[in-house]
Design a protein around this ligand. Structure first.
Ligand code: PEP
Ligand code: MN
Length: 335
């Protein structure tokens, strides 16, 4: 349920309303927007007398929210959420470009890639230290050493770093990590999501291989229900019957999620297609349909990459994509 407040409501009146609602066992979420202040009620709202709430002097209107996701719902928070990450942000006017290798392989590899993607305009550096591989015999990542290497690259380039967590017990290793990624395979690892909800870290939540948008938003809701609202959504393709591409990029998810949620949404065209030459057209399409950013795999030597070489761009190809995307964004601004 939401109560939209009349303009001119004082802080004291808002505080009184909040305590009254909390006294009835509800969690209260306040969003002060450009136009209105919206008070979102979470919990068993059946005990709330809708008419009584609506009749209060400061209340303009009351609406029940039928969707199961509440905190993530745009009705709770009409303005776009802007997620601050170090000296940059995701959402609003900033178009985020997260680039780097699928997995951290060595210090030299990460440094080289970090310098080049930064020069091409990347706003953050990615790299997997803990890798969720389909085969237990494949490279599993450098783990804690991988995170150390990313932190070195952050120190040198100033780029915030993004890396995946697979187990909540590893959280202490992520203390200096700017953005913790929850990979597609863990989108519904609810225990992990609950632990991340207790932190104040920014979470990059990837859509599961075969999950609906409602399930995707419910996973974001798990993190938000714990009090952590710093979430970036990432569409990375879903599994369909198509085999020429690794997954099928669901670009319609972008405008649909923009309606449903205030959280920013970025596109990962690398995992969505699995094919390096398809990354540029899909990145351009993502910029066109309103995505808040991109996450792209870049490797200094894709042919010899330990993971996802076929979809990784060379630094030169990434530079070309970044230029194309920035021209598209400039053109869109003119529309
Ligand atoms: C990744 O980003 O390297 C990754 C494993 O992605 P996903 O979880 O989307 O497969
Ligand atoms: Mn990968």
């Amino acid at each position: 349920m939401i109560a939209v407040l009349k303009s001119g409501t004082s802080q004291k009146q808002l505080d009184n309303l909040t305590s009254w609602l909390k006294a009835q066992g509800l969690d209260v979420h306040i969003s002060v927007g450009n136009e209105h202040t919206v008070v979102g009620l979470i919990g068993d709202t059946s005990r709330i007398d809708e008419e009584l709430l609506g009749s209060l002097d400061i209340v303009d209107s009351v609406k029940r929210i039928s969707e199961p996701f509440k905190s993530a719902n745009r009705k709770f928070h009409p303005d776009d959420s802007i997620i601050k990450v170090g000296n940059t942000s995701v959402g609003g006017d900033t178009f985020a470009i997260i680039a780097g290798p699928c997995s951290v392989e060595s210090e030299e590899q990460v440094m080289q890639i970090a310098r080049s993607v930064k020069a091409s305009g990347a706003t953050m550096l990615r790299g997997g230290a803990f890798k969720p591989r389909t085969s237990p015999y494949d490279f599993q990542g450098l783990k804690a050493d991988g995170i150390e290497i990313l932190l070195e690259a952050k120190k040198e380039t100033g780029l915030p770093i993004v890396t995946e967590i697979m187990n909540a017990n590893h959280l202490p290793l992520f203390e200096d990590v700017d953005v913790i990624q929850v990979g597609a395979r863990n989108m519904q690892n609810f225990e992990l999501l609950k632990e991340l909800g207790k932190t104040n870290k920014t979470i990059l939540l990837k859509r599961g291989l075969a999950n609906t948008l409602k399930e995707f938003l419910m996973s974001a809701e798990y993190i938000m229900a714990g009090g952590n609202e710093n979430i970036i959504l990432c569409e990375r393709g879903i599994r369909t019957f198509e085999t020429y591409t690794r997954n099928t990029l669901d670009l319609s998810a972008v405008p649909m999620l923009k309606e449903l949620t205030h959280l920013p949404i970025i596109i990962d065209p690398s995992h969505a297609t699995g094919v390096a030459r398809l990354v540029k057209p899909m990145a351009m399409a993502a910029a066109t349909c309103g995505a808040d950013g991109l996450m792209i795999e870049v490797h200094n030597d894709p042919k010899n990459a330990l993971c996802d070489g076929a979809q990784s761009l060379t630094p030169e190809a990434f530079d070309d994509v970044a230029r194309a995307v920035s021209r598209i964004l400039a053109a869109i601004k003119e529309l």
